[in-house]
Design a protein. Sequence first.
Length: 509
Amino acid sequence: MKGTAPVAGRDHGLVDIAVIGGGINGAGIARDAAGRGLKVLLCEKDDFAEGTSSRSGKLIHGGLRYLEYYEFRLVREALIEREVLLASAPHIIWPMRFVLPHSPEQRPAWLVRTGLLLYDHLGGRKQLPASRGLDLSQGPEGAPLRQEFRRGFEYSDCWVDDSRLVILNLIDAARNGACILSRTRALRARRDGETWLLEMQGDDGTAQVVRSRALVNAAGPWVQDVIQGVTGLNSAQNVRLVKGSHIVVPKFWNGPQAYLLQNSDRRVIFVNPYENDLALIGTTDIPYDGRAEEVAIGADETDYLFQVLRRYFRMPPQPSEIVHAFSGVRPLYDDNADNPSAVTRDYVFEVHGAEGAPPLLSIFGGKITTYRRLAEQAMQRLAPWFAKLSPAWTADRPLPGGAIGGSFDDFARALARDYRDLPQKLVHHYARLYGTRARELLGSARVLADLGRQFGGDLYECEAAYLRETEWARRPADFLDRRTKHGLHLTPAQRLAFENYIQSAMRPE
């Protein structure tokens, strides 16, 4: 950034690892490294998970369709991780059954069944039920579908609150001593002897600096910007930006099941229950060459999604019913595939740094399901620079709030008993978002008056204060769209009132 004044603000001293990027990969690496006893600093230019990591399909899954591209290693790793993550955060990750109506024009039934059998066994499934065939002409799963879809299949994957997964990793990193900085942009980094000197700037203009023995570039769509613009280096690797868009509409079928729809272009569309009474539909796959910050759903994508819905459902929703829409840019590793849907979802590391020089580790690609394993492998790549690196530890450790000691339903019922004078729907909301931390949030509250001002729906002042104090929430969208999904349930007037409240609460005294 030309013309920036010399660093004269806060000096964070010397750390072992400085991470640039507060999405899922950066958060996972910060947690892993801090838990091994390393001193860690993470900076993110916006809010945490504001980019790709809050704009996913919100699934922890092996990637059934990747089997067609022979991505067996990636699918196996993802399926193994599905089990690990389900155990580590059962409050924000839970099983979901997917109904796949058979469309013989796309794939023969024997091929789908073979793929599902492989999917059942490739990752050593333990917690989730196996796939099975369905008679859609008789079963309730077929009721919303057009009558020509008489045969189908059902299999398991998991739902995840993606942005909360990022936050929980950052909370754990902070508990292990990491310094976590939101809205703090990396400006310049240069090698100075055995360390990197990283200059940063907060959104208030405050200059900050840190020296680090290693630098991790987990900037996602901006990975090349960091390599070239921040460190001044060059890379032999590249990312391929692919836009994926989703729409949210009122839920239009009965039952907890989701649907996986095959399209004529060999893509698949997920139709998932969302926020109790809504449906999340996506995603598209479109090459993208614009600025990642400016990504937005296009009319062509909306038409594409509704075309698929009309093909499969008797009474599909109409475009006028869209409640919300969002787009994200997936920073996929560029493997030169012609079709955006065929571009690998695997990840690649690049290390700049010969012996004696502090390393820069850059991450290309990846998916939310494999972030924890990616973090472990990132630490393996950095091990030559840290002679006494502690062993990997995250595979059997719950994320904050995840140590519920049994099933989520049992935990939620126990929480409801302890707070019996609060609405059960509200207590369930706290259980889902915060797990065991819900007791920390609620404290001695017993009746609604103890929760402070109600802004609409299930949003009360005590939760807003908790998010501000413990989860780095600062701006209205941090509270309403990423830490929670309250924004989907507020009227425009209610949202405006909350925005005014937050602006007042965050104003320096």
